[in-house]
Design a protein around this ligand. Structure first.
Ligand code: GAP
Length: 460
């Protein structure tokens, strides 16, 4: 994708680019401090990652944008933040103890393990390992819940689970929210939080991890309004993703076949995104009906039915769920934004690596660069502007190496704007603003810079 932008921020041109290898993203993430392997000095842990200085900024922006769109922009939605550990009965009521199972097979020759539903059909039919052609063993069920224990005395500890899906807290807090927030059906509760799964085959970097983060909306409705709200949220979530990607042709809906529906879902659609890994799930839109509140009513003994304040009708609300992954969003956005371009000036033989991240999500919004670091007036002016901008957005000050190299460093981490303080600044108080995608430059009075940038990096 090559994207150019005119001076008013309008998109002028987009062209397609090849799918990016995941290894290029892994390497960029390590090199520039987005993501590191967890416990690397001990050899690492498969399927668990840490986020570095730039990764935290990007992740926080992604989360905040979701929260802003889903909670703060909807009068009928509120948010909670529940605990990772809950009462163990929660996972019996939810059906996870019984049903949250993958089937695993092991090759008798190379000992590789596979999830049966991830194997190519011909390998399942022939019972043949895709790696070495060896014989695959009998499928064994494998529960994905991670166990943990509460209590200090050996033999007297209670077994419970790290939450296998973050959304369970929402059902547990549903009644409290209803009583404390003046919400009435139809209304929704959102949460962003960690989930834990003993994935049989963690892999593909952040795509399938054992510890990851989910964002959920559970929207409670009268059964007669289920279809209407299901359609509303399906469309809303699709458009939300469309708004943050460059490659609009790489996203689609896929309905679940009846044999792949989760135990709680009567109907489901995945929003999928196409990367080098093929079309893969990004978010699930689930028709959970009355499964959750009925089960928790039954298992806890607490009546979770709702009484309509006008009609006095009593019923268990049905639920529309939208459930996506913060980490998959992080990975997909990097795969969507990454591009290696030949050097446009022709002077350097290095390619230009650029992240075309949406400015509102970019980890660093602006870099302030004095043309030379040994000219005190340039440095003082640049540092004063940088300090002013830091109160409004993430700004970096950089005076190391020539200006071209500094632009490249910022392009590689997706910084949408660079402001250069040069000798003309000292004469007429104007600065150069350079835009990342088009590399176009304009001159602007230094006093106008904060508003110019704020306008371009605000939530949209
Ligand atoms: N409450 C419904 C639920 O958990 P899910 O389809 O299992 O549904 C929702 O998960 C989202 O969580 C997925 O669409 C994906 O983005 C993310 N996700 C699921 N498993 C993941 C894993 N092992 N690693 C990273 N993200 C994962």
């Amino acid at each position: 994708m090559t994207q150019t932008e005119n001076q008013t921020g309008g998109k002028l041109e987009m062209k397609d680019t090849p799918l990016v290898p995941v290894e290029d993203i892994v390497s960029l993430c390590k090199r520039r401090g987005f993501v590191y392997p967890n416990s690397e000095i001990y050899g690492g842990v498969a399927g668990i990652y840490d986020f570095g200085p730039l990764g935290v900024e990007l992740r926080n922006n992604i989360r905040r944008y979701w929260w802003w769109s889903m909670v703060q922009n909807h009068d009928n939605v509120v948010g909670i933040e529940g605990a990772i550990i809950t009462h163990p009965r929660v996972w019996e009521a939810s059906g996870h103890v019984e049903n949250f199972v993958d089937k695993l097979v092991e090759c008798s020759n190379c000992k590789r393990r596979y999830r049966v539903d991830h194997l190519p059909t011909e390998n399942v039919a022939q019972n043949k390992c895709p790696n070495c052609g060896g014989q695959l063993g009998e499928p064994r069920p494998f529960n994905l819940l991670m166990e943990t224990y509460l209590g200090v005395i050996e033999g007297d500890k209670t077994k419970t689970y790290l939450r296998g899906e973050a959304c369970q807290n929402i059902y547990l807090d549903y009644d409290n929210v209803l009583k404390s927030s003046r919400m009435q059906v139809p209304f929704g509760i959102c949460q962003i939080g960690k989930a834990f799964r003993n994935e049989v085959t963690p892999g593909n970097f952040l795509f399938r991890q054992r510890e990851f983060e989910q964002w959920d909306l559970q929207f409670f409705v009268h059964p007669s309004e289920m279809q209407q709200w299901f359609d509303y949220w399906k469309e809303y979530r699709y458009n939300w993703y469309m708004n943050i990607i460059n490659h609009k042709d790489r996203i689609r809906f896929r309905p679940h076949a009846s044999d792949e529906l989760a135990h709680y879902a009567k109907q489901a659609f995945d929003i999928e995104y196409r990367t080098i890994l093929g079309w893969q799930e990004w978010e699930g839109i689930h028709w959970r009906q009355d499964w959750d509140l009925s089960r928790h009513s039954e298992f806890s003994g607490r009546d979770l039915s709702y009484t309509d304040p006008l009609t006095k009708e009593r019923y268990i609300p049905w639920i529309v769920e939208t459930s996506g992954g913060v980490d998959r969003t992080f990975l997909n956005l990097l795969l969507d934004a990454y591009e290696e371009e030949p050097d446009p000036t022709g002077k350097e033989k290095d390619k230009r690596t650029v992240l075309h991240l949406n400015p509102m999500l970019a980890p660093v919004k602006v870099a302030v660069l004095p043309l030379q670091k040994n000219k005190e007036e340039l440095v003082t002016t640049a540092k004063t502007l940088h300090k002013k901008l830091q109160r409004l957005m993430v700004s970096q000050y950089d005076d190391i190496q020539n200006i071209g190299r500094r632009y490249r460093r910022q392009d590689e981490i997706g910084t949408p704007y660079c402001v250069t303080i040069d000798f003309q600044t000292l004469d007429d108080s104007t600065v150069t603003i350079r835009e990342r995608d088009s590399m176009s430059q304009i001159r602007l009075n230094i006093e106008e810079v904060p508003m110019y940038l704020l306008d371009r990096v605000a939530w949209k």
